[in-house]
Design a protein around this ligand. Structure first.
Ligand code: NAD
Length: 508
């Protein structure tokens, strides 16, 4: 099974996705037939593509010859019968199992035995769509992302009966179209929509318990390298759409509590607060995300002993920052690499990198009242980056103020949040890694596939396994165990894949 630029492609469904797929296929040199059940829709999509090519030519981003030739290769067709002879069909119709099954059964009666059938479904099981086909092995998921011409990722999804040859042919074709394909098994949410769930779920969980304001969560995650914070991103996607995807992943996993939607999300959907499209979600539009108030912090009070604890890049960054902060006083911090925690010791009070536990829990366990925990920063920490921190209930008033003053002196923009386990970035990254580990455990994708999919499909600054390589499986598992002990329930259970990696690292 091989698809080449000479293969004719039939795209069924001339909506947002179908017209984008037709464009990309035609740009790669294919003759493309475009069909839609709604009379006139394919011709309208063709005309719209023509207008957008013209605009690109006007801006000098497409050659006039290319635009004309690409458009000429796309031919609207009125009936499916016109499409005999296609070597590949890409279906991008309504997201409905019965409609998709019906269409593929109809197509099977028309196309040649060697024709590959692809579905752009974003959430329906490829195995289920193939049920009832005479040759279910030739049906493959070809999951593009919106907007198709710009988004690099294509998830090539195999159902239980998909032939490897058909999946490989689609994979190679996507590559020839200039995309980055990643193999995936047909499981709820495939790769991206599944691994991304905790990015929204952790923000919603924190909001549900009033741990922080939406703009604080957004600022902290953007400081960790994400292009958009979870709240502004949910506002952009639309809470109705995001809630529907969350529900479908939850239901498809037989109501595994790990994927349970948030009551807050439901409340917003019921109230019509859908985000940008309804002018109000977490934020009001067109204004959007408000700027964080600029807090002024006094310099820390003069201390008699300051020491940086811990090993690794974050501790090294803290040492450099503490050295700079203390330089005007003519001295520098001590360094203790083997103490088992990372952070700053200031005259017996601790400013600790969060390990998943609440500050109050650490204070209770250690018998030291003056404890503050801060969130996982990028390594090396970037000046002015918003970083969440929390202070133990047992802490004295002086350390409450001094912990923020020290974070500011180290170059952060400290954001006080409620004393919640895993703060903001720590729990979010740990949960994204955990979900990716489960996806690998279940054969949904490889670690490299997960990294590529999350970077290209949702613009993450790094892949979950890249984060894991900079962190450690044992520490990520410890964060999740702390969250699990705190909340109970299934959401934070550690993936067996992550647990095994933690054990393996401990043994080596
Ligand atoms: P859309 O509503 O823009 O377009 C769907 C088109 O299919 C419409 O023009 C409709 O008339 C046509 N159609 C419906 N039933 C048909 C049938 N039986 N035969 C022929 N044409 C039919 O939808 P879209 O956003 O382009 O989504 C299409 C598919 O792509 C869905 O399965 C969706 O889940 C998936 N998808 C969407 C996105 C996205 O961001 N919009 C991203 C990835 C995947």
């Amino acid at each position: 099974m091989r698809l080449s630029a000479q293969s004719t492609v039939l795209v069924v469904g001339a909506g947002i996705m179908g017209s984008g797929i037709a464009q990309v296929a035609a740009q790669a040199g294919h003759r493309v037939w475009l069909h839609d059940a709604r009379s006139g829709a394919a011709a309208a999509a063709h005309a719209k593509l023509g207008a957008s090519f013209e605009a690109l030519v006007g801006k000098g981003r497409m050659a006039a010859d290319d635009a004309a030739a690409t458009l000429a290769r796309i031919e609207p067709v009125d009936t499916l019968a016109d499409a005999r002879g296609a070597a590949l069909v890409v279906e991008a119709i309504v997201e409905d199992l019965a409609a998709k099954r019906g269409l593929f059964r109809q197509l099977e009666a028309l196309v040649d035995a060697g024709c590959v059938l692809a579905t752009n479904t974003s959430s329906i099981s490829v195995t289920a769509i193939a049920n009832g086909l005479q040759h279910p092995g030739r049906l493959v998921g070809m999951h593009f992302f919106n907007p198709v011409p710009r988004m690099q990722l294509v998830e090539v999804v195999s159902g239980l009966q998909t032939d490897a040859a058909a999946a490989d042919a689609v994979f190679e074709l996507a590559r020839a179209w200039g995309k980055t394909p990643v193999h995936a098994r047909s499981t709820p949410g495939f790769i991206v929509n599944r691994i991304a769930r905790p990015y929204y779920a952790e923000a919603l969980a924190l909001l549900h318990e009033q741990a922080a304001a939406p703009q604080v969560l957004d600022a902290c995650l953007k400081a960790a390298g994400f292009r958009m914070g979870p709240c502004e991103l949910m506002d952009l996607i639309g809470h109705d759409t995001n809630f529907a995807v969350t529900n479908s992943v939850y239901e498809a996993n037989f109501f595994d509590k790990r994927y349970m939607p948030s009551p807050l999300q439901r409340e917003m959907v019921d109230g019509g607060l859908l985000g940008r499209k309804s002018a109000q979600g977490f934020y009001r539009y067109p204004d959007g995300l408000p700027a964080l108030p600029v807090a002024q912090h006094d310099a820390p009070a003069t201390a008699s002993q300051v020491a940086v604890h811990g090993d690794g890049a974050i501790a090294d960054g803290l040492e450099q920052a503490a050295t700079r902060a203390l330089a005007p006083q003519g001295w520098g911090p001590a360094r203790h690499r083997d103490s088992g925690w990372t952070g700053l010791l200031v005259d017996g009070a601790r400013l600790m990198l969060g390990d998943g536990r609440c500050a109050s829990e650490i204070a209770a366990a250690s018998g030291i009242a003056d404890i503050a925990v801060f969130d996982r920063p990028l390594a090396p920490p970037q000046a002015g980056a918003a970083v969440a921190y929390a202070v133990a209930e047992q802490s004295g008033a002086a350390w409450r103020a001094q912990s923020a003053a020290w974070l500011a002196a180290l170059g952060f923009a400290p954001q006080r949040v409620a004393d919640t386990p895993g703060l903001v970035v720590t729990r979010t990254l740990a949960m994204l890694i955990n979900e990716a580990a489960d996806a690998v455990l279940q054969g949904v994708c490889t670690p490299e596939g997960a990294d590529a999919a999350m970077k290209l499909g949702v613009n993450y600054p790094a892949g979950p396994f890249e984060w894991l390589a900079q962190w450690s499986a044992a520490e990520v598992a410890a964060v999740l165990d702390a969250l699990d002990a705190h909340y109970r329930g299934e959401r934070y259970r550690v993936s067996p894949e992550l647990r095994r990696r933690a054990w393996a690292a401990a043994a080596s």
